[in-house]
Design a protein. Structure first.
Length: 156
């Protein structure tokens, strides 16, 4: 199985999660972890599973990942399986009613990433998942790397 983990990152946290996901899947076949700024559409050739992730900023994925996914031609992911993840602040830990309301209204980055993957023809394997950072710039909350690995191992 050929697996591509494509990610965008602002402060390095999402890249760490992408690497943990890649390490967890090494026994499943060939795994490549690419930052979206280093990727091209040619990198999608021969991919069986595409996992895409971004930090959540302004309730959306970063523009680099969004632009890349939008550049995939209609049906360009047909026959490919996919999953989406993000990094996010834990609104319960922050304790802000306003932020909680905004998240209820606008959500996190993983959901629109998953919708974009599906709209390009991919079969979605897992529910979109979020991994927590302690602050906008991180670091990752304790245990999130292990949780990311566990999430990835659900892919068959």
């Amino acid at each position: 199985m050929n697996i591509l983990i494509l990610y965008d990152t602002a402060f390095g946290n999402t890249g760490q999660v992408a690497q943990a996901i890649g390490s967890a899947l090494e026994d499943r076949g060939s795994v490549r972890v690419l930052k979206v700024s280093e990727a091209s559409l040619a990198d999608l050739q021969g991919v069986d599973v595409l996992i895409a992730g971004s930090p959540t900023q302004a309730f959306q994925p970063l523009k680099g990942l969004t632009a890349f996914l939008k550049s995939i031609p209609p049906g360009g992911l047909k026959g490919m399986r996919a999953a989406a993840f993000d990094t996010r602040v834990d609104v319960q830990a922050v304790g802000s009613g306003f932020l909680t309301l905004m998240v209820k209204l606008f959500g996190y980055a993983a959901e629109p990433i998953s919708r974009m993957l599906k709209s390009k023809g991919a079969e979605i394997l897992l529910q979109p998942e979020g991994f927590f950072v302690l602050d906008k710039e991180g670091p990752l909350k304790d245990g999130e790397m292990e949780r990311a690995a566990g999430w990835a191992r659900q892919i068959s």
